[in-house]
Design a protein around this ligand. Structure first.
Ligand code: 2PG
Ligand code: MG
Length: 473
């Protein structure tokens, strides 16, 4: 098409005249800028290119980053990755060539984006999230996104979501709320990881994460301050008791003291909360990640210890009793994966006690069918949402709907291998999930999520609502 034909087809002289008139009416001090912005808006945005590259996550393991180009800008996204993985989650495509990044390269996923996905999406309107996601699902053709890789698909899906928000000229969380339909954005209660164990740290603690929830804060900014102060008090408590070397941190930034029992670790946290002056304002949550130390039907609390006595095994019944006692002695309000991921019997039994929120992570793998089963069987009452186990923004919204319709809590979660992408912060606000766990209040890749929540709260101003005591939503 010649330029003249293009101008005629898009009625550009008319649009230009409208822009000049609008500039006059607005009495703008900078007419050129005004007119160029006005003209930009009159052009419909389409995806022009999708370009991916291999980057590294916070553990130094390859992951996918993508730049999605529209005729209005470039929108970047990257995907996290974690330790736990299971047969029900979307497939993370890795190259498997042991000679390169020990088999963890993602060159195939990157190539899938640059060749196949880019070709399929060019020309699409970035505001049409479900159509974009469906186009990738159709292209992949497998149930678990194993052909293109869920890491490839999710990176593009997130980048498209950012482009869609920009096209609508609304904040990302607002666009996400629109995609969900009818939710008023709310700031979630953060669950800061303060003690790390399990597969996330080299100490002897079997439990993976002890988190603190500043439910008594009035605003997110206050919650961040309370959590951070407590984190620093905890460092002092650990140093006094065990020395500075026990203040080394795990993958999500929690301290990794060499404690030998759940109770010993919880005592440290309780003391830090007391010293910080937040008793009754900060609650505790646990991610036991019990699948990691379930041997047959028993739980090996010494699973990482080099000098195993073989004595520290508990039956599932003993574990129920242990949780009951701990919830009694500490302000624990939530326990994630208290049993092995296939131990439906005991998680159901524990949930039925109603002692605390019971979160399904490895149990559910953010999989719609597993969530359905857990709803039907009353196995747990909250979803741990790992977006890379789902694979597209549209399906993430669907599983959140599924959980909310069952009156479950929803915890948006980071992974142990994170990037500096803060998408889950906007996601939590846009879907008004009530809870977010993104690690300790330190380390860049964790903080990026919390700091984005600060920015959102600031932007919402008087309209900002922090979930606080209503964290279960
Ligand atoms: C979890 C997550 C995040 P990972 O179990 O909840 O802490 O860990 O990313 O290793 O699965
Ligand atoms: Mg977990």
């Amino acid at each position: 098409m010649s330029v003249q034909e293009y101008l005629d087809k898009h009625m550009l002289s008319r649009k230009l005249e409208d822009a000049v008139n609008a500039a006059v009416r607005a009495k703008t001090p900078d007419p050129v800028l005004f007119i160029s912005n006005h003209m930009k808006k009159s052009v419909q945005s389409v995806i022009t290119k999708v370009k991916a590259r291999q980057i590294l996550d916070s553990r130094g393991i390859p992951t996918v980053e993508v730049d999605l180009h529209t005729n209005k800008g470039v929108f970047r996204a990257s995907v996290p990755s974690g330790d736990s993985s299971g047969m029900y989650e979307a497939v993370e495509l890795r190259d498997g060539d042991k000679g390169v990044y020990l088999g963890n390269g993602v060159a195939k996923a990157v190539k899938n984006i640059n060749d196949k996905i880019s070709e399929a999406l060019v020309g699409m309107d970035p505001t049409l999230q479900s159509q974009i996601d469906q186009a990738m699902i159709d292209l992949d053709k497998t149930e678990k996104k194993g052909e293109l890789g869920a890491n490839a698909i999710l990176a593009v899906s997130i980048a498209a979501c950012k482009a869609g928000a920009a096209e609508k000229e609304v904040p990302l969380y607002r666009h996400i709320a629109d995609l969900y339909g009818k939710v008023s954005p709310m700031l979630p209660v953060p669950a800061f990881t303060v003690i790390s164990g399990g597969k996330h740290a080299g100490n002897n603690l079997a439990i993976q994460e002890i988190m603190i929830l500043p439910t008594g804060a009035n605003r997110f900014v206050e919650a961040l301050q309370m959590g951070t102060e407590t984190y620093h008090h905890l460092k002092a408590v650990i140093t006094e008791k065990y020395g500075t070397h026990d203040c080394n941190v795990g993958e999500s930034g929690g301290f990794a003291p060499n404690v030998s029992s759940f109770r010993e670790a919880l005592d440290l946290v309780k003391e830090a909360i007391r010293r910080a002056g937040y008793t009754d304002k900060i609650q505790i949550a646990l991610d036991v990640a019990a699948t990691n130390f379930c041997i047959g039907t028993r739980y090996d609390l010494d699973f990482k210890s080099p000098q195993k006595s073989g004595q520290n095994f508990l039956s599932a019944e003993d574990m129920v009793e242990l949780y009951r006692e701990l919830c009694n002695d500490f302000p624990i309000v939530s326990i994630e994966d208290p049993f092995d991921k296939e131990d439906w019997e005991h998680i159901k039994r524990f949930s039925s006690t109603g002692i605390c929120q019971v979160v399904g992570d490895d149990l559910l793998m953010s999989n719609a069918k597993r969530i359905d089963r857990a709803i039907l069987e009353y196995a747990c009452n909250a979803l741990l949402l790992k977006i890379n186990q789902v694979g597209t923004v549209t399906e993430v919204i669907e599983v959140v709907k599924q959980a909310k319709e069952a009156h479950w809590g929803v915890v948006t979660s980071h992974r142990c291998g994170e990037t500096i992408d803060s998408f889950i912060a906007d996601l939590s606000v846009g879907l008004s999930v009530g809870q977010i766990k993104a690690g300790a209040p330190c380390r860049g890749e964790r903080l990026e999520k919390y700091i984005q929540l600060l920015r959102i709260e600031e932007e919402l101003g008087d309209q900002a609502v922090y979930c606080g005591v209503d964290w279960k939503q």
